[in-house]
Design a protein around this ligand. Structure first.
Ligand code: SF4
Ligand code: SF4
Length: 139
């Protein structure tokens, strides 16, 4: 699986930026309900640079398939990759202002997209199941 450390570090900076913007504005009781996308009627889209970040920070062996509409990193309603979670997970809050989240999501996506261009990484924005399942099929 191809990786690029420049992308990993650039995505980490975007996540830090998101966390600083979201601090105090995206309250969450960490119930894990929204990680069951089917049940919660919710979708999570991720960028290709974030998937690359996941591979390099967790290691290829830790990449899991998603088969049943529940994020495979949710165990017993807890996120097992909290530090490495995606931009959408950092931004979404069922208790927060939708306009604020929407603006933050747009700005974050622009930053993530620019990383792809800067490091000539094929950029795409896909639902989590597609992204994870594609990764697990890569040699
Ligand atoms: S955002 Fe809401 S539904 Fe999702 S884990 Fe937090 S409290 Fe639960
Ligand atoms: S990465 Fe964590 S927070 Fe995001 S959907 Fe999966 S379990 Fe939930």
């Amino acid at each position: 699986m191809k990786t690029d450390d420049n992308i990993t570090s650039a995505v980490a900076s975007v996540y830090e930026w998101i966390d600083s913007k979201a601090a105090g504005r995206t309250p969450c009781d960490a119930c894990g309900n929204c990680c069951d996308f089917k049940q919660y009627d919710h979708r999570l889209y991720v960028t290709s640079v974030e998937l690359q970040y996941l591979v390099t920070t967790l290691g290829p062996a830790a990449i899991k398939k998603m088969n049943d509409g529940i994020c495979p990193y949710n165990e017993n309603n807890k996120c097992t990759i909290h530090k490495n979670r995606f931009a959408g997970c950092r931004i979404f809050s069922c208790q927060s202002d939708a306009d604020f989240q929407s603006r933050l999501a747009e700005e974050s996506l622009a930053k993530l997209k620019s990383i792809g261009y800067k490091y000539h990484w094929p950029y795409c924005y896909v639902d989590l199941a597609t992204g994870l399942n594609d990764l697990t099929e890569q040699p």
